[in-house]
Every structure is written in structure tokens, then in C-alpha cells.
Design a protein around this ligand. Structure first.
Ligand code: IVH
Length: 674
């Protein structure tokens, strides 16, 4: 018999982890550090492994994706998932509102308005507050069961919490990917020679329509709820009577809802909201293609009913597309960190969605061939999200007679070595290609790697071109005098550069080093797994492919890639240089429990100048004792450290009732605890 303590502990841990997932993925306001989260997660995973009886399909440990499904199973929606009618302009909107007013016999109609999210429509079902099923919209009546994939979507609650949890709840919404996540996913796909996606919607849909949930788990997907199907309450007197109630209710139960959603008192307010959102659409983190306005009262909604296709109480007001035509002047080839040759269109500069666009991605060789882009063509370009513009198609009527098909290079434009096709990608075959070296070091210092804030991309490029940096390890032996040889490098910048390297060297944890080396097929998740299973970096190279494959997230392709990486002469040299520089990060997470540190969980903010120490030194002191520091003030801050000439933050801190301490008190706090 399993002890009740174990059951209780596992329930407690699941609750905690889901709580922190919600803070992080839905509210964007984490309360604990990654390391603290990992401690909880690992304890739960260990318990579940030791006691299979406590297994639960809704345990947060299942979010990594289980076994692949054998095939797609159709799912019949209890209530049909309707489509929406579209308005192409505000005139259409007012025709619609007239019809609504006539239908219910009154003019004072309130509307709920939210952005039309551009993703994949889906229904997620909860019984007694537990996630039981997810299905795509399909044709509105029958969709596909995608429960296995939706469980991996980190912002989807697996258990509902709140004052009143319905017995049955069907939530409708959209699976989306943010523009930033989409851009990095595509970059990764290109680097790995995998398929690139045309837009965030395709990326989201392509990730959900998969049999293997590991795919969805590796993609940064989000679910945004915008409505409901069936709902049943155990509490007889409780119900939702407006769309506004539904949205507040969904939020309270733990769902993310579309940003900027709002109650509009009149039809004019909806028109204003539409204009506002259209202007601000490129500032939103997600791709939206319009506004959806819904009659707020559910009773009125029932009175209006549905046509054969769409509700009579809701309308999509579509934005005009962010597209424009311009001339393709030339095609430049960029060489990435894994040697992939990426074609970039150099365009006749043109205004698009408020910015001048002169470059756009052409993805890869296949993309150019399929659409037959030729230099001199007039092409249609689009901003998918606000990130990288794309070239969509050719205007054949405007093709110059002289235009000939584009000849994709079979040589690396930088080192002139042979470039070979590999899946969708064409890759430079030279492992010591200068372009690859530069990009690798840039990746190493970037946020995806060791995050050396003070080390600029341009300088890395310069130093690598001059042969000062040949591998990431050379950063650690770089001296200030090496930098000062450059006329444009001032004393301050050189200090900042060296300080950033020193700080990163001191604080680096193993997973960041692994992720920072940009080994093919090894992303952050795999890097974290490796870091928890190996003593140090070198140790990973000492095991066989088979042993690597025993780890979670490591399949044959990843194992092969790691194996190859450690057999390269450059890697051997890299390890030697790391050792020489005494750079040997360890797990930093598995060895001790950070929550035992004296300042664990405490959040600091510094304002004004501190006597005797720089702000980053103060931050390091805090971090060493388990605390963290932030840049912007909020009620999550525990201590506001006020230096000289402290600015407006103090007023804000006072307003929020935060504890404000001076530098003396800060030192005392730190010393008292050491
Ligand atoms: S409400 C009864 N709200 O647009 C119809 N739909 O073109 C309820 N969509 O299939 C739909 N964002 O997937 C609604 N904020 C939003 C939406 C939204 C995107 C999608 C939805 C629907 C499609 C119709």
C-alpha cells in the first residue's frame, strides 16, 4: 500500500507546478526562478517513477508528450462549432448592427469585442475540472481528437481552479504561436534542414495535426479561449449571463484569453476599437487578422440564433492584409551557424505596415524554385507577424523578358567550399568556414546561449574576421588590451565587454553552455535534459549513442548529432581551451536546493547609483544568495534598494507600498545572511 503522505505530496507538487505554469505562461508574471521550478518538477517526476500507482494523465510531467497516437480519431462536437460571417469594412459592420437591433427589437446593444486570432480553432473539454479531451474544429460538426498534443501546450490548464468550477465545460479557442516564437522556430527549422512555415498559423496547425505529441511539445504553442460550447454547473444558482461573464470566468479558471479584449457599450465603440487595433496590430505579440464582435447578452444571443453557417450575433471585422508589391533587385546568400545557405531578397524599398522594407526572406532553395522567383520580378510581399517579411508570389504580367530562372549557388559564398543539399537546406560542407564560426560565436553569446549582454554582435564579427576569435572558448582568454587595439573600442566599452564575459563565465550553468554551442538538433529542452544527467560538458562525449538514447527527449537523430559533435577535432580543441580557461560549468541545479538559500524567492530592484559597487555587482550578490533582481517595478518586488539620485521608481514603490531600503540596509541584509 502506498502511503497517504506520498499521494498528498504528489498532489501538492502537481498543484504547485500548475500554479507556477499559470503564473509564467498565462499571467507572464513568474514568482519563482527556473531552478526553483526544476526542483519541484524533478521531485514530482521522481515520485511518479518510484510509485506508478500515482500516475495521472493530467500530471504536469506529462506535458513533454507521451507515445505517438496510432491514427487520428474523429470526434463529434456536442454543439456545432460555427464559422463567422465577415465584414470587410465598417459599413458592413453597421449593416450587421441594424439587423441585430431589428432582430431583438432594441437599439441599446452591448458588444464584446476581441481580436480575431489567426491560428487553429479548437475545443477543449473539462469534466469536474479535469482536462479530458481536445478536438479540432474540423467541419464544425466532426473534428479530430488531438488530446495528446494539447496536453503539451504549456498555457492550457490541466485542472481548473476557481470559486466555482463547472461539472462540464467545453472551451472554444484558438491555438496560436507568437510572432517572435514563430521567427525563432523557422530559423531553427532552416538550420536543421527542416520545413519552414509560411506563417504562425501554419506553424500552429502543423504542430497540432501530428500523431507524435513530442512535436507539439517542442513547439511554443499557446491556447487562447474566446468562447464556450456546453457548460453544466453543479451549483444551481450560478451561471454566466453575458459574453463578458464567460471571458472573466475563463480567466478565473486559468485560461489565457485574447489580449485587448473589451466590452463595448455601443456599436460606435466597436468601430473605434476596430480602428485602434488595426493601427496597433503590429505591436501585438500575436498575428491577428481582424476583430470579432459578439452581442454581449447571452439571452439576446439565443434570441438571434444561427444561420446555416454562422451565428447572427457575431461578426468578424477583417483587416486589410499587410501586403504590397515591389521589385526583387537581387538575392543575397547568408551562411548560418550550421552552414545553411539562406537566400534573402534584396527589394526595392517599400512601405509596409508602417515600416520601410528592403529585405525579406526567401527561406531556401526549394521555396525559390517552387515559386520561380527571378531577379527583376515584381513580387508580392507580406509581413507575417511583425518579424521578418516574406516574399509570397510573382506578378507574372510584370516579368521582364530578360529574367532567367535563379541559379542557386553550389558553393559557399564565403569560403567557396562545396555546398551540398541536405533535406530542404543547402549547406556549406566546410566545418571551419569563417561564416559558420562567426555565427556560432554570436549564438554562444546570445540569449539562447550564455547571454553575454555587453558583447556586441558587430564586435564578435570583427574579432572573428581578424582571427582573434576562432572558437567561443577564445572569449575567455581575451584581454582588455586585445580589444583596445581597435580604434573604435573605447575604454568603457572594453570594460563592459570583459565584464560581460567574466560574469557569464562565473555564472554559467551547464545547460546554457550546451544550448549555446548550437549543436544540431540540440535545443534548450535537450540541453536541460543533458545537464541534469551529466556531471559536466566533457562527460557527454564519453558515452555511447545507445546510452544517450536512454535519456528522455533524446532520439536517434539527436544522439547521432551529439556523437558526431564530440568526435570533431574542433570540439576536442574547444574542450581543451575551456579547461585551460578553467571554464567548467556544472548542473547548477541538481546538486543543491536553491530554495534553501537565504534570499530564495526574494525579488530586488535597484534604483539610483550605489556607492562602492556597480549595479551588476549588487545583482550578483543577490543572486548568489538565491534572490533575483528585476528592472521594472511591480508588486512582486520585495525590496527596493534606493541609491543616490533614485528616480521615479521610488514614488511608484511608495504607491505600491513596497519596502524601500537604502544601500546601508542592503549591505546589512546581505551580510546578515552570509
Ligand atoms: S468567436 C460561433 N472569437 O475565427 C462562432 N472566433 O472565421 C464563434 N476566431 O472558427 C467564434 N479569433 O476559430 C471567435 N476572438 C475570436 C476568434 C475567433 C479567431 C476564429 C474561430 C472561427 C473562425 C471563423
Amino acid at each position: 500500500m502506498i502511503s497517504p503522505d506520498i499521494v498528498e505530496r504528489s498532489l501538492y507538487l502537481r498543484g504547485q507546478i500548475e500554479y507556477h505554469n499559470h503564473r509564467y505562461y498565462v499571467l507572464d508574471a513568474p514568482e519563482i526562478t527556473d531552478a526553483e521550478y526544476d526542483v519541484l518538477f524533478r521531485e514530482l517526476a521522481a515520485l511518479e517513477e518510484a510509485y506508478p500507482e500515482i500516475d495521472d494523465p493530467n500530471s504536469p510531467t506529462k506535458r513533454v508528450g507521451g507515445k505517438p497516437a496510432e491514427g487520428f480519431v474523429p470526434y463529434e462536437h456536442a454543439l456545432r462549432m460555427y464559422s463567422l460571417d465577415n465584414a470587410m469594412n465598417l459599413e458592413d459592420w453597421f449593416v450587421f448592427t441594424d439587423r441585430v437591433s431589428k432582430g431583438i427589437g432594441r437599439n441599446d446593444v452591448e458588444y464584446w469585442a476581441d481580436p480575431k486570432m489567426d491560428g487553429l480553432a479548437l475545443e477543449v473539454i473539462y469534466e469536474k475540472g479535469r482536462f479530458v479531451r481536445a478536438a479540432t474544429r474540423g467541419d464544425g460538426r466532426i473534428g479530430e481528437d488531438v488530446t495528446h498534443n494539447m496536453r503539451t501546450v504549456m498555457n492550457l490548464p490541466l485542472t481548473l481552479h476557481g470559486p466555482v468550477v463547472p461539472d462540464l465545460l467545453e472551451v472554444r479557442g484558438e491555438v496560436v504561436m507568437s510572432n517572435a516564437d514563430f521567427a525563432s522556430l523557422n530559423q531553427r527549422q532552416a538550420e536543421d534542414g527542416d520545413k519552414v512555415f509560411a506563417n504562425p498559423r501554419n506553424a500552429a496547425a502543423g504542430s497540432i495535426r501530428q500523431l507524435d505529441p513530442k512535436v507539439a511539445a517542442s513547439r511554443p504553442l499557446r491556447f487562447m479561449g474566446y468562447g464556450i460550447g456546453q457548460v453544466e454547473w453543479a451549483t444551481p444558482l450560478f451561471s454566466w449571463t453575458t459574453q463578458n461573464d464567460i471571458m472573466n470566468g475563463l480567466k478565473e479558471l486559468g485560461f489565457a484569453i485574447p489580449p485587448e479584449a473589451r466590452l463595448c457599450k455601443t456599436k460606435q465603440e466597436v468601430a473605434e476599437y476596430f480602428k485602434e487595433l488595426m493601427e496597433g496590430r503590429s505591436d501585438l505579440p500575436f498575428e491577428i487578422d481582424g476583430v470579432v464582435a459578439k452581442v454581449n447578452s447571452l439571452e439576446m444571443q439565443r434570441g438571434l440564433g444561427f444561420t446555416s453557417r454562422a451565428p447572427r450575433w457575431a461578426l468578424a471585422l477583417k483587416f486589410p492584409a499587410h501586403q504590397v508589391k515591389t521589385v526583387l533587385n537581387s538575392i543575397r546568400i547568408q551562411v548560418g551557424r550550421t552552414g545553411v545557405l539562406t537566400p534573402v531578397a534584396e527589394l526595392e524599398p517599400v512601405q509596409l505596415a508602417g515600416v520601410v522594407v528592403s529585405n525579406a526572406t526567401l527561406h531556401n532553395k526549394g521555396y525559390i524554385e517552387e515559386r520561380d522567383f527571378r531577379i527583376g520580378d515584381t513580387v508580392l510581399i507580406q509581413r507575417a507577424g511583425d518579424v521578418i517579411p516574406q516574399v509570397l508570389s510573382v506578378d507574372m504580367d510584370k516579368r521582364p523578358e530578360s529574367a532567367s530562372p535563379y541559379d542557386f549557388p553550389s558553393q559557399c559564398p564565403v569560403c567557396h567550399s562545396e555546398a551540398r543539399e541536405d533535406g530542404e537546406a543547402v549547406r556549406c560542407t566546410n566545418d571551419t568556414c569563417p561564416a559558420k564560426i562567426v555565427q556560432r560565436i554570436i549564438h554562444f553569446v546570445s540569449k539562447a546561449g550564455l547571454d553575454m549582454g555587453g558583447v556586441g554582435k558587430k564586435w564578435v564579427q570583427r574579432l572573428a574576421e581578424d582571427g582573434v576569435l576562432v572558437s567561443p572558448a577564445d572569449l575567455f582568454t581575451l584581454k582588455k588590451t586585445d580589444l583596445l587595439k581597435y580604434e573604435r573600442m573605447g575604454d568603457k566599452s572594453a570594460d563592459k565587454f570583459i565584464a560581460a564575459v567574466t560574469k557569464a563565465k562565473k555564472e554559467a550553468v551547464l545547460w546554457r553552455l550546451i544550448a549555446g554551442l548550437g549543436i544540431r538538433h540540440v535545443g534548450e529542452q535537450t540541453a536541460r535534459t543533458l545537464a541534469t544527467n551529466f556531471e559536466n560538458f566533457e562527460a557527454i562525449g564519453k558515452v555511447t549513442r545507445e546510452e544517450l538514447q536512454e535519456l528522455e527527449d533524446v532520439g536517434p537523430i539527436v544522439a547521432e548529432s551529439l556523437h558526431d559533435f564530440f568526435r570533431l577535432d574542433e570540439t576536442k580543441l574547444l574542450i581543451e581551451k575551456f579547461t585551460e580557461a578553467e571554464f567548467c560549468p556544472t548542473g547548477g541545479r541538481s546538486d543543491f536546493d536553491e530554495s534553501d538559500l537565504p534570499l530564495a524567492g526574494k525579488v530586488f530592484i535597484f534604483t539610483g547609483s550605489l556607492p562602492d559597487m556597480t549595479r551588476s555587482e549588487a545583482q550578483v550578490l543577490v543572486e548568489e544568495q538565491g534572490g533575483s533582481s528585476v528592472k521594472s517595478i511591480s508588486k512582486n518586488v520585495d525590496y527596493v534598494v534606493a541609491g543616490e539620485k533614485a528616480g521615479s521608481k521610488i514614488a511608484k514603490a511608495e504607491k505600491l507600498g513596497l519596502e524601500i531600503i537604502d544601500f546601508e540596509a542592503f549591505l546589512e541584509l546581505i551580510q546578515r545572511r552570509t
